[in-house]
Design a protein around this ligand. Structure first.
Ligand code: PNW
Length: 489
């Protein structure tokens, strides 16, 4: 029960800051933005010379998406980007974090010839943003690998992918870098590796040889990220003056007891998530805890690799933070998948007395735990020598329910409370000395939520899929507008 008291203290402290969180609690240069990704919102999959991505195939494979949907049209951002950018401006956000669809730039991924129509589309997006005074934060890879790269060389399983990704990154810096000053390479390599090659819940949907492929795919993503960073630092940074980072995700792990083995389990859990990627990039190798459990399933970094990953380090850590778990040591966690099982960590969502760690949102994995945000931020700062951090995603979902009247759905009080709570914890982290520089909410719009299709709504803005994809700001969007106005006073 000792632990319980600690959390209650956190909650009390949290409650006392929540209600008053204001824009003025953040430094003036701290940037607030809103986030999306290409496959989830663009649609227009056969337009503008776009090639197919692994997600086109995956979403059209029976049984992969719960509602049998796909993102061929999604919210049609490809045609409505102007309207969407007006909306971002109207709400007062000063940053927009989106991703570039690789197969729009290089339809087969091989990088022989850029697709000018793809370049033109993103030029239009970028120029429209700048006209409205909104800073573009561009992610190069948010899961939509050109299909041909998967079919021909095995995608992330082949080391050659590093070169193809480097060519793609170089082309993006060359075409957009005069105006884009904030880059991230790969969004959530953990989810790509585990979803794509272990559980098979994400494209390309493999769980053929998870104990090997999961770690190999991740290894190549670390190298691909580093190759892109190195090109940016050596060839563009001086001229263009921007910055570049990686986007990792972390579910905070709170030990469920004071027992040393549970404390270690919690530490290990975080190392398996953040350390998998950040240890190599900051220290040159995977965490010991991972090596001990995975042995040579974790590939080695050659001397040449080490030079690449440690040379010209990234400028900031991008963080996606949604939820937290109570964890304890367990030889057999009963979890699904090689990655989860190998950690010897079991997870739970209830304290000993039955109280929940937080309310559940619509997605099964998403419990609302604002204080976990502050802890993840502090952990990154303490472990990796206080790097600049940009929160690239944070948000919650509601279940799609067509029987609830629109007015009721739009009044998303729970999401307002969610944002107040989490943003207050970000402000606390800054007071703790963590160098957090920006925050983006996930997501601007309801959109294609991967294997959940359109059954989950993460948007600040509601999209009416039955009536012409019209956009309707929810109360949370209006809350942001008021919150952000505060800064102009
Ligand atoms: C992120 N988890 O994925 C992605 O970057 C977004 O594209 C996605 O829409 C958003 O979060 C909401 O799901 C995550 O299980 C998926 O902890 C799952 C988890 C975290 C992030």
């Amino acid at each position: 029960m000792a632990k319980k008291k600690l959390v209650l203290k956190q909650e009390e402290e949290h409650d006392s800051v929540t209600t008053q969180v204001r824009r003025a609690d953040f430094p003036p240069h701290f940037v607030f933005g809103v986030s999306t990704s290409s496959y989830q919102i663009e649609g227009g999959v056969d337009e503008g010379g776009r090639g197919k991505s692994i997600w086109d195939v995956f979403s059209h494979t029976e049984g992969k998406i719960v509602d049998g949907s796909n993102a061929d049209v999604s919210v049609d951002h490809y045609h409505r980007y102007k309207e969407d950018i007006d909306l971002i401006a109207e709400l007062g956000f000063k940053a927009y974090r989106f991703s570039i669809s690789w197969p729009r730039i290089f339809p087969d991924g091989l990088g022989t010839k850029v697709n000018e129509e793809g370049i033109a589309f993103y030029n239009n997006v970028i120029d429209s943003l700048l006209e409205k005074g909104i800073e573009p934060f561009v992610t190069l890879y948010h899961w939509d690998l050109p299909l041909h790269l998967h079919d021909s060389i095995g995608g992330w399983l082949n080391k050659q992918i590093v070169d193809y990704f480097a060519i793609f990154a170089d082309a993006c810096f060359a075409h957009f870098g005069d105006r884009v000053k904030n880059w991230t390479t790969i969004n959530e390599p953990l989810h790509i590796a585990v979803g794509g090659y272990d559980t098979g819940r994400s494209a390309p949907g493999r769980s053929h040889n998870p104990s090997v492929e999961t770690y190999l795919a991740a290894h190549h993503m670390i190298l691909a990220h580093s190759a892109a960073v190195s090109i940016y630092q050596n060839k563009y940074k001086e001229k263009q003056g921007g910055q570049i980072g990686l986007v990792v995700d972390c579910e905070w792990a709170e030990a469920n007891s004071d027992k040393i083995e549970d404390q270690c389990a919690a530490q290990r859990r975080v190392e398996f998530q953040l350390g998998w990627f950040l240890h190599p990039l900051y220290f040159g190798d995977y965490p010991k805890t991972m090596r001990e459990r995975l042995g040579d399933r974790l590939p080695e970094f050659t001397d040449e690799d080490k030079e690449l990953i440690l040379n010209g380090p990234m400028d900031f850590v991008g963080l996606n933070q949604y939820t937290s778990r109570l964890v304890f040591h367990a030889e057999d966690s009963g979890e699904e998948g090689h990655f989860e099982k190998s950690q010897q960590v079991a997870k739970m969502v209830e304290w000993e007395d039955g109280e929940m760690i937080g309310e559940k949102a619509a997605s099964d994995w998403l419990y609302i735990v604002p204080w976990g945000m502050r802890k993840v931020l502090k952990y990154i700062s303490d472990t990796y020598n206080n790097p600049p951090i940009y929160i690239m995603e944070n948000g919650m979902d509601d279940e799609e329910n067509e029987n609830v009247p629109l007015q009721e759905v739009l009044d998303d009080k729970r999401r307002v409370a969610f944002y107040k709570g989490y943003i207050a914890e970000v402000a606390q982290a800054i007071k703790d000395g963590v160098d957090v520089r920006g925050y983006c909410a996930w997501s601007l719009l309801d959109n294609f939520e991967w294997s959940h299709g359109y059954t989950k709504r993460f948007g600040l803005v509601y999209v009416d899929f039955k009536k012409g994809l019209t956009r309707h700001p929810k109360s949370s969007a209006i809350w942001f507008k008021d919150f952000l106005k505060d800064s102009q006073e």
